[in-house]
Ligand binder design. Structure first.
Ligand SMILES: [Zn+2]
Length: 465
């Protein structure tokens, strides 16, 4: 087996890992795990524009772990460069990935018009890619070549997310005088006790693991913190008659937030305060969450009331069109506004920030990762004045952050997941999808805990696995 890392090596985004594996007859096959975009200030950054360092026509299949753009964003590009094989993903991931690629295309087009940058792909390529998509179920045995079986397992990161195993059975390999191997690719591993998603499935065994390391260097605050801090923020704005702004990622974070708010309103806070979901993409993603409720975790209250739609409680108002969105301006506070983008780097949240940041009665609650260089990061780090649409806006609103909404497992969770049920730790672990510092800390921790070989691969380098 050979592995080459075409992204998310010594950085978080751009996941795209090539595996070369021999079948029972000794024939070599090439596959990809994910084909994601490098994300930063601009979509059309140089690495996204680079030609793939492999021939896309030679790749036989792509296995997609989950819909986030850093795992799916270059699917349309690889298709435009000649890849014609199947793209496998778990059923709910299909609709969500389509939303993500269409949204990325929309943003690229805006960037292209503004600064003349090149498009990575066109809508025809997106449509073509989705003609190649094949939906699979968890635990379905995909025999992709003689003796090579691929399987998707619940990762608990977003709706339909998976970690993926490739098995080459020992007896088939024994014929050719080689030992069989199981390679597991983590995709993104979810946090513990996410209220709406099933738990991450334990790993049964693995010889080699490609593992994410986003939060491999730290421990998250306890999950109970999130409803406590959220409740505090809502109580404050009701008292002060203010506006609570929550910038949120459209997939998963928004739905978890809606679930938490619904629970709070039902149990602790009896209030009629309006809650605006002001993001067309989040509204469409939430619709897919409704459609695939059978992939969600149903806890006690929902089992008791199976017909209850916990994403559309009475206070919630979805503002899809621009006109509907403008009605928020005429609403008298208190109110809650959930809008994208999560990092405050664009989208409708910008209009709300411009309007409501200057008033000390209002609040901004940051629940997701805010990358360096974004407006979200500047506000998070305490800027007293920021520039929005060319205007200087004073930040008088109260700003706070909740880390417990993270969609990624921390060091403890990843370590537990890497310890398979059969007790045999993987012989080799490749760490991807993390900042260099997170990877170094996590690698040292794993070498110490498991006594196994841990590799931090270089971009576009090939390793024997
Ligand atoms: Zn992800």
């Amino acid at each position: 087996m050979k592995l080459t890392f075409h992204g998310a090596a010594r950085e978080v985004t751009g996941s795209c890992h090539q595996v070369e594996v021999q079948d029972a007859n000794g024939k070599t096959h090439q596959y990809l795990f994910d084909c994601g975009m490098f994300q930063g200030e601009h979509m059309c950054g140089s690495k996204n524009k680079d030609h793939f360092k492999f021939d896309p026509a030679m790749i036989e299949a792509v296995f997609v772990s989950h819909p986030h753009a850093d795992h799916t964003g270059r699917l349309a590009k690889i298709v435009s460069e000649g890849f014609r094989g199947p793209i496998y993903m778990v059923e709910p991931c299909v609709g969500l990935s389509k939303l993500v690629l269409e949204d990325a295309h929309h943003i690229m087009k805006e960037e292209a018009e503004k600064c003349g940058s090149e498009m990575l792909y066109e809508m025809e390529d997106v449509n073509r890619a989705f003609e190649q998509v094949k939906a699979v179920s968890y635990h379905e045995h995909l025999q992709v070549a003689p003796g090579i079986v691929v399987m998707f397992h619940e990762a608990g990161h977003v709706l339909g997310s998976a970690y993926i195993s490739i098995d080459a059975p020992a007896d088939a390999y024994a014929l050719a005088g080689r030992e069989g191997k199981r390679l597991v690719y983590s995709g993104d591993i979810g946090n513990d006790n996410v209220p709406i998603l099933p738990d991450t499935e334990p790993m049964s065994h693995a010889d080699v693991v490609i593992c994410e390391s986003t939060y491999g260097h730290r421990e998250h605050e306890p999950i109970e913190q999130r409803s406590r801090l959220l409740k505090e923020a809502i109580v404050h704005i009701i008292h002060d008659r203010g506006v609570l702004m929550i910038p949120a990622f459209s997939i998963e974070r928004t739905q978890e937030l809606l679930y938490e708010i619904d629970q709070l309103l039902q149990k602790d806070l009896k209030t009629k305060i309006p809650i605006f979901l002001d993001s067309p993409m989040a509204i469409r993603a939430t619709e897919l969450y409704r459609q695939y409720q059978n992939y969600l975790k149903f806890d006690a209250p929902l089992v008791a009331q199976p017909d209850r739609d916990f994403f559309s409680f009475p206070n919630l108002r979805e503002t899809f069109s621009r006109e509907e969105s403008k009605t928020i301006n005429d609403t008298t506070p208190p109110m809650i506004i959930i809008a994208g983008s999560g990092m405050m780097s664009g989208g409708r949240i910008m209009h709300h920030l411009r309007r409501y940041l200057p008033d000390h009665k209002n609040r901004l609650l940051i629940i997701g990762y805010v990358a360096k260089g974004t407006l979200g990061r500047r506000i998070y780090e305490g800027a007293k004045q920021v520039k929005i649409f060319g205007d200087d806006i004073p930040v008088h609103a109260h700003v706070s952050a909740i880390g417990a909404f993270s969609a990624h497992g921390d060091m403890n969770k990843l370590t537990r997941w890497l310890r398979p049920e059969d007790g045999k730790v993987p012989k080799k672990i490749f760490l991807v999808h993390g900042d260099p510092e997170a990877k170094e800390v996590f690698a040292t921790h794993l070498r110490h805990t498991f006594g196994t070989e841990v590799v931090i691969p270089e971009y576009q380098s090939t390793y024997e696995a």
